[in-house]
Write a protein that binds this ligand. Sequence first.
Ligand code: 5GP
Length: 175
Amino acid sequence: MVKLHDKYFESYIGSFDLQLRVKELGAQINDEYANQELYLLIVLSGAFRFAADLSAQLHQNTEIGFIKLHSYSGTESTGLVTAQLPPSEDIRGKHVLIVEDIVDTGTTIEYLMGLEGIQAAKSVKIASLLFKPEADKKDFPVHYIGFEIPNLFVVGYGLDYNGLGRNLNDIYQLK
Ligand code: 5GP
């Protein structure tokens, strides 16, 4: 059990299971992009842990870029997405893999897929550590999913509650 600000969170997915699943996703990506260069577009801040571990599993030449988005306030989605930084590299003509921490309402994915640079890519796929099917309101396919979870607020392994919890090695759920 951990306390972050005013709320208690209990362990939900342990680091062993997280690492195992990330390895499996890495193997799947290696198979599907064999001999192809990849551009990982890492969605900050929540995906930083997942993306670091996932990228370490990849065998192909891989470029890495970052985009900083925000759509959450406290434990509720505001439905608003704002980009604080555009992708710094030119992704035109490249195989882009967007790396997300969690797909919830789908607003973030919808926003990213609408970016001009993304549309210019040779291909675009999405990898998300977590996926909340109950809450997914848009219809963009998420090609690589670590874990499907119920519609509960989670923290840890990159995900925060008002700034805290990103450093935790396990995923915790709101108690
Ligand atoms: P969406 O745009 O799909 O509604 O939400 C995506 C973003 O909302 C994620 O990248 C993440 O930052 C945040 N988010 C959604 N669900 C959760 C959650 O359960 N915990 C935390 N910490 N963030 C979440």
